[in-house]
Design a protein. Structure first.
Length: 304
């Protein structure tokens, strides 16, 4: 049986719906020796800012029940070094490269996008308006529909590439954000970024994370992420990339049923860097067993 795993997100065509999430695989090079990146639907880079960022001081990561908290604080090499040092490696890969951008001001989002726009290796932009671990930018934008609308509109004006906005779950109605993004010319949304959380050391009575709070990810957040994807797909006609606690192919099927066209893998990469490839194999077998010739047919197949 011939199975078509390809999916489309607006103008973006991917060989399969499995992408690696921003911040969990560096710029692809950090994971390359442990898996075959060319088998994946795509890779999303670590969030890039205009200038290099050191991020937050340690401790930046802590394990939690069924997940982890991180407060990396968007440590990254900056756009110029990305182009010089990271693109040559990414260029050689037979997979779709999506560039994630973070910023402290709307002007910085626009400037970063303009600088990266001429790079043919980059097939789409994912705009991070939802990092919970930085003082400026991050949730200040991600919590405000007007700010998200303005970012979408102004970045749209400087790029012809597919534009994906990455949403925060730390809001009351995530679908309101997706609505604004669609209105302002965004091609897709990715949902979700991490949930704000914290954790204490009971002996020192201090937060385990230096930043005090961090972003919760991993299996613990999967039901939240699924509900957010479902809310968006019920209310807004826009492609959704589902993210949050995906560990195996069955989780991917759930996200597609809820309305996701594609998915991203984050925390699982730290446990099994080959998870993406194994998940693609699992999806293929699922299609065979259920006589599904086109995997994309699963998207939003749940009828209310
Ligand atoms: C260590 C770590 C660093 C992250 N860095 C970023 C980042 O730079 N930009 C971003 O948009 N999301 C970042 N994320 C969020 C992930 O891309 C993803 O949205 C989130 O972890 C939920 O997916 P998961 O449960 O599969 O990990 C980071 C997550 C982790 C665990």
């Amino acid at each position: 049986m011939k199975i078509d795993l390809s999916i489309t997100i607006g103008k973006l065509k991917l060989k399969n719906p499995v992408l690696l999430a921003s911040g969990t695989v560096g710029y692809g090079n950090e994971i390359a020796q442990y898996t075959d990146l060319s088998k994946l639907g795509g890779i999303v880079t670590k969030s890039l800012s205009l200038k290099p960022r050191k991020g937050n001081p340690p401790q930046r990561i802590v394990e939690t029940p069924s997940g982890m908290l991180n407060a990396i604080g968007l440590a990254n090499v900056g756009v110029e070094a990305f182009i010089k040092e990271k693109i040559p490696f990414l260029k050689e890969l037979d997979t779709t490269i999506i560039c994630n951008i973070a910023a402290s001001t709307i002007e910085e989002y626009v400037e970063c996008t303009k600088i990266l726009e001429p790079e043919d290796t980059i097939k789409a932009f994912e705009i991070n308006v939802s990092c919970p671990n930085v003082k400026e930018g991050g949730l200040e934008f991600g919590n405000d529909t007007k700010a998200v609308g303005r970012i979408t509109e102004q970045v749209r004006a400087v790029t012809k590439k597919p534009l994906i906005i990455k949403l925060s779950p730390n809001v009351s109605r995530i679908s309101d954000f997706a609505k604004v993004i669609k209105q302002e010319g965004g091609d897709a949304v990715s949902a979700i970024n991490t949930l704000v959380g914290t954790s204490f050391n009971i002996m020192t009575r201090r937060p385990k994370i230096k930043n005090i709070t961090g972003g919760l990810s991993g299996p613990a957040i999967k039901p939240v992420a699924l509900a957010k994807v479902l809310e968006i797909s019920r209310n807004v006609d826009i492609p959704i990339i589902g993210i949050g606690g995906i560990m195996n192919w069955m989780d991917v099927v759930e996200f597609m049923i809820a309305g996701a066209s594609a998915i991203q893998l984050g925390t699982v990469n730290f446990i099994n860097p080959n998870a993406g490839v194994e998940i693609i194999e699992g999806l293929k077998s699922y299609c065979e067993k259920t006589s599904l010739t086109k995997l994309s047919g699963l998207t939003a197949s749940y009828q209310i």
